[in-house]
Write a protein that binds this ligand. Structure first.
Ligand code: FE2
Length: 371
């Protein structure tokens, strides 16, 4: 196969076309997009640009609050999985201690079970909201839900493209810890331009599939503007090939009217690497004062799902690459520690935690013996 040069565009309507040739072309777009680039542009998605605009206006209202007010929503006790993530908090695994230059807000637009909240109080926490920004709240919930539905369609398409039963991936997401995030990448000062500050260091998402409905650049006056230079925004790294052993960094700016969808680590693991988690980086402009608003919805497998290549993708290479199997909920805790959102002590919750009972018994025995 020759190396693909263009990120495919998939029209969601093509997935249910009566024409087998149209459906076959859609499947090929999935295989090339998610298999080589780890990314696919989506049209026919139904996201209303004016609703997205209203949501971003509402989010700016939150960002404009004082730090003291925002701190009320900065929930380190929830590992920042709900509410405000302050600047300089989250770190990509490869960042070497350099935190991302952004502030974010997390909420869950989909329902989940109380049983799962008991098991994972942070990952399935109740949403928290400022009282005075109803459009921010309703926009995040409704657009988040729309993106989720699109994600489920795409997961069915992935199964079709890999010749698996339609619900192979989608059924794993029922009542999962899906989460929508509003992001504001912060303006650099003149002194910060040209340093190694990145809006978001290169990373792969740890979920199943990520949907990005499109963002907004703001100039130093706060007005909406075009991308300030060729350097800024989302870039992704393609799959390594013989000619490009490090892959290629390509711009992830979608064609007008399209949204972006990206493969996460969970989908890579389940497919034994047939579909590839996309390394991506968000670079800051080379001019000071510009910021960017963005939104992302993360579709996850349910926390009870075992992450390991599905039977049809199990062979010696994939088992070696993706084993041993890990429970998705455990995987989430480990990852949130790795990216500095959860404390290291979160790992102490894994495995058996009742050794103190035996220690107490032995201590009492010791008391008896010494009498
Ligand atoms: Fe990401």
């Amino acid at each position: 196969m020759t190396t693909p040069s263009t990120i495919p565009v998939l029209d969601l309507a093509d997935l249910s076309s009566r024409d087998p040739a149209v459906r076959a072309a859609a499947a090929e777009a999935i295989r090339v997009g998610y298999g080589h680039f780890g990314l696919l542009y989506i049209k026919g998605h139904g996201i209303d640009p004016s609703a997205l605009d209203a949501f971003y206006d509402g989010f700016l209202g939150f960002c404009a609050k004082s730090e003291a007010e925002k701190r009320r929503f900065g929930r380190d006790d929830l590992w920042y999985q709900r509410g405000w993530t302050p600047p300089n908090t989250e770190q990509a695994v490869v960042a070497g201690g350099q935190p991302d230059f952004k502030e974010c807000y997390f909420a869950a637009p989909e329902a989940f079970h109380l049983r799962d909240q008991t098991l994972y109080p942070q990952i399935y926490a109740d949403n928290v909201w400022p009282e005075d920004l109803p459009v921010f709240r309703s926009g995040l919930m409704s657009i988040g839900h729309q993106l989720h539905v699109i994600g489920l369609h795409l997961l069915k398409a992935c199964a079709m493209a890999l010749r698996l039963p339609d619900d192979t991936f989608a059924r794993l997401t029922d009542n999962g810890p899906h989460i929508t995030r509003a992001l504001r990448y912060l303006p650099l000062t003149a002194e910060q331009v040209g340093t190694d500050i990145l809006w978001g260091e290169e990373h792969t998402d740890f979920n199943l599939l990520t949907l990005l409905p499109g963002g907004r650049f703001l100039d130093p006056s706060g007005a909406t503007c075009k991308r300030p230079d060729e350097k800024s925004g989302l870039f992704l790294r393609t799959r390594p090939t013989k000619e490009n052993p490090n892959g290629e960094l390509v711009s992830g700016t979608p064609p007008p009217g399209c949204i972006v969808s990206q493969v996460g680590q969970q989908l890579e693991i389940l497919t034994g690497g047939r579909l590839l988690a996309t390394p991506h980086v968000i670079t800051a402009p080379s001019v000071p004062g510009y910021s960017r608003l963005s939104m992302a919805h993360f579709v996850h497998v349910h926390t009870d799902t075992v992450l390991f290549p599905l039977e049809s993708f199990c062979d010696e290479t994939t088992v070696r690459a993706y084993g041993p199997p890990v429970l998705s909920g455990t995987y989430a805790i480990k990852t949130l520690v790795d990216i500095a959102l959860a404390p290291k002590s979160a790992l102490d919750r894994l495995g058996y935690r009742h050794y103190d009972r035996l220690a107490d018994i032995r201590a009492r025995e010791g008391t008896l013996v010494s009498k």
